[in-house]
Design a protein around this ligand. Structure first.
Ligand code: HDE
Length: 748
């Protein structure tokens, strides 16, 4: 507080509250080296040890809170060393427990309070640390400090979640994924709390509790968990056509991503950017994954809920540990203020996207996730995101959904994290210092020593307002003109509910369209009340007749001539299709970081295994050697090969593709191994690339499958070297969609 006393004399020249006080004293709001990377060893702790060199300012900031117990004696919460921790204090070894056992009381009562309320939505999530770096200065659009310097790295923490299920629900359920990013900028925290779809279910925040009650499990029996396939959700959708656009995304392959590294993130709402000259434009934020966008097959997603309910969080964790750092590029759709009304829809409506074909996404920077949390509870569970957390250079629009979110998140954090001081938790603390007149409350950590009111003359009126400035000034709301009657009304410009669902539908590839039909049919098949199913199919007749007919046929619903002659909505600003809305219309997928199972047994051709592994590794793909047992197998050349997993414990749903290397003895054993045959059959059904080296093609017959020279994903070659090129090409397709019809005929 030396600055405080040094400035006391300036008190009388500086007005207390007009925001124009002498600028010279504000430099402590921005630590000079806040973004600097600290290469080399970071603070001790499991995270930093596993990923050396991977330290940044957020890690340093959290260091004082990280407790490493290695080599330390056991203590009570007040640091008293304890000589015993296995038996309660008793009167005799068979006698009653004694009330004076303070250690027991403390241990149990702390344990009894270990759980905090889970998030009312997005309860199931997984987090990661990393950094964001802008490619070039965005000064033209915004004065936000973290978007200026391409050399600066801003620490980030991200949490990706499912919406519907509870904390322990499985990862691969059909759901929207939350995509919440906290950027610890030098000007304070900026939270971009988005989803993996560019639109939301409702237009106005006041509807949110109703929507959430409808989608959460049914109130009487709390069924189903992690699913929207139940009456109340579809009842709500059928009565609120504004939900339909997001429902289309939800029913599409986006609802079952292959990996959390392979989803797009969207800020959804229109925000504002404001530059140093005070000029503003509208913006929509996008995160584009470097690892491509790909999904699971629905059956695979369901199998995974049992085989590995942690599939997504494990994948994210493993990728970071293995150095396949998930990366997402930040993209901006910039809309000049004067273009606000040039679209067929309202840019303030969160159920509408701005087609990329109309406003291209400008890629401006990259987020790299390079460090796993050290402690799930302290970081991933206690992190508190809030759309109200913005920084100078960014501002809200009048989107009525966004406006409501600005209130709701802080409110929920106070309840969930036990009071008003949750921003002092290490994971939530900004890197920039916090000084104001707010005081006290539960679990206050900061020990404030300046006056607790403003204006004051006791502490020289510090801390005081920071004037708005071109650079590093205080936040001031963009002076947008706003006048109108007080009304509870929806703007008529929000009224079109069907044009964008149609654009989405028409932009999908054929396999994606089939999957949408299947998903609607599956979900509605779980709805008990026939009139709800009928209302949904009726809604679909407003989107596309083929879609409605296909779903109706699966549900045994007859559509009337009137329903099938409904006028369909016109293209959005003349746009019939936008490939950006499809996962697969945009070409090949990224194979790096994917996993391929090699099924082997004793007597496998060591050369075949070696050649396959070498080719996979050169593409950054991880081979997984699976055998009937753990330990090692001995190759036909007499060499030991380490086994990564047992075949029956590592089903094909955990990998992207399967290879059977050559080797007479090995194949003889695998032909008789039910788990190996099941693996091949299941991978075939899930449209995965299959590689069979030399004699391994016999496995097809053993598994009840047949050769098919038309199937580009069924790669049969005499030796491993020849096999790998077409095999990798097949992997770039992600899944062999052309096999889908044939695979349907194969029993599971
Ligand atoms: Fe949320 N939302 N939301 N939401 N939301 C929450 O905040 C809310 C909305 C989103 O990983 C809650 O901390 C309202 C849109 C994510 O911790 C709660 C409205 C979008 C997360 C809440 C919305 C989201 C949340 C529950 C309508 C995408 C998880 C716990 C106005 C742009 C963040 C919590 C994390 C979490 C309220 C709508 C995304 C209750 C009132 C639109 C990713 O405050």
């Amino acid at each position: 507080m030396t600055k405080t006393s040094a400035t006391k004399s300036s008190l009388h020249q500086a007005p207390f509250t007009d925001g124009k006080a002498a600028e010279a004293h504000y430099e402590d709001t921005v630590p000079a080296d806040a973004y600097k990377l600290s290469p080399g060893a970071g603070p001790a702790g499991p995270g930093s040890l596993k990923t050396p060199g991977n330290t940044n300012d957020k890690l340093k900031d959290m260091a004082p809170f990280r407790a490493d117990g290695d080599g330390m004696g056991l203590t009570t919460n007040l640091g008293v060393k304890m000589a015993h921790n296995q038996n309660t204090l008793k009167a005799g070894s068979r006698g009653p427990s004694l009330l004076e056992d303070f250690h027991f009381h403390e241990k149990l009562s702390h344990f009894d309070s270990e759980r905090i309320p889970e998030r009312v939505v997005h309860a199931r999530g997984t987090g990661a640390h990393g950094y964001f770096q802008v490619y070039e200065s965005l000064a033209e659009y915004t004065k936000a400090d973290f978007l200026q310097d391409p050399k600066a790295r801003t620490p980030v923490f991200i949490r990706i979640s499912t919406v519907q299920g509870f904390r322990g629900s499985p990862d691969t359920v059909r759901d929207i994924r939350g995509f919440a990013v906290k950027l610890y900028t030098r000007e304070g925290n900026f939270d971009l709390v988005g989803n993996d779809t560019p639109v939301f279910f409702i237009q106005d925040a006041i509807k949110f509790p109703d929507f959430v009650h409808a989608v959460k499990p049914e109130p009487h029996n709390e069924v189903p968990q992690g699913q929207s396939a139940h009456d109340s959700f579809w009842d709500y959708v059928s009565l609120q056509p504004e939900t339909l656009h997001n429902v289309m995304w939800h029913m599409s392959d986006r609802g079952i991503p292959r990996s959390l590294r392979m989803i797009e993130g969207f800020g959804i709402h229109t925000y504002r950017l404001v530059n140093a000259e005070g000029k503003s434009c509208f913006v929509r934020f996008h995160w584009k994954p470097i690892y491509g966008t790909s999904s699971l097959i629905w059956d695979e997603a369901q199998v995974l809920t049992g085989r590995d309910p942690d599939f997504h969080r494990r994948d994210l964790w493993q990728a970071i540990e293995e150095g396949d750092y998930p990366e997402f590029e930040l993209g901006l759709q910039i809309i000049p203020e004067e273009d606000e009304h040039k679209f067929d829809f309202d840019i303030l409506d969160a159920t509408k996207l701005i087609p990329e074909a109309l406003v291209p996404v400008k890629i401006v920077g990259k987020m790299v996730l390079n460090r796993n949390p050290d402690n799930f509870f302290a970081e991933t569970e206690q992190v508190a995101f809030c759309p109200a957390n913005i920084v100078p250079g960014i501002d809200f629009s009048d989107d009525p959904l966004l406006q409501g979110r600005v209130f709701s998140y802080v409110d929920t954090q106070r309840h969930r994290l036990g009071g008003p001081n949750f921003n002092e938790l290490p994971i939530n603390r900004p890197l920039s210092p916090v000084r104001n007149q707010q005081r006290d409350g539960r679990y206050r950590l900061q020990i404030d020593v300046t006056a607790n009111y403003e204006p004051n003359s006791i502490s020289g009126n510090w801390p005081r307002e920071v004037p708005e400035a071109k650079k590093n000034g205080g936040f001031a709301t963009y002076p947008q003109k706003s006048e109108g009657k007080k009304v509870r009304e929806r703007s008529p410009s929000f009224a079109d509910y069907f044009s964008q669902p149609r654009l989405f539908w028409l932009s999908q590839t054929k396999p994606e369209q089939r999957h949408i039909v299947d998903a609607f049919s599956f979900e509605l098949g779980k709805v008990g009340r026939p009139y709800i199913r009928e209302r949904i199919v009726d809604l679909l007749t407003h989107v596309d007749h083929d879609l409605a007919k296909a779903v109706a046929a699966n549900l045994g619903i007859a559509l009337s001539a009137e329903q099938l002659s409904r006028k369909l909505p016109k293209p959005v600003n003349g746009l019939e299709k936008d490939p950006a809305l499809s996962l697969y219309a945009q070409g090949k997928q990224v194979v790096k970081s994917r996993r391929v199972a090699l099924l082997v047994a004793d007597g496998v051709s060591g050369k075949s295994v070696e050649d396959v592994c070498k080719a996979l590794k050169s593409e950054g793909v991880h081979p997984q050697i699976l055998a009937p047992h753990m330990g090692v197998v001995v190759s036909e050349e007499g060499k030991e090969i380490m086994v990564d997993g047992a075949i029956d414990g590592t089903p094909s749903v955990l990998v992207d593709a399967v290879i059977f290397p050559d080797g007479e003895q090995s194949l003889k054993m695998l032909e008789k191994n039910g788990a190996a045959k099941y693996c091949l059959r299941q991978a075939y059904k899930h449209l995965k690339p299959l590689g069979l080296v030399g004699e391994a093609k016999r496995m097809l017959k053993a598994a009840g499958l047949s050769e098919d020279s038309q199937d580009a994903g069924l790669v049969l070659e005499s030796d491993a070297q020849k096999l790998m090129k077409p095999f990798i090409e097949a992997m770039k397709q992600h899944r062999i969609w052309a096999r889908e019809d044939k695979a349907k005929d194969v029993a599971a």
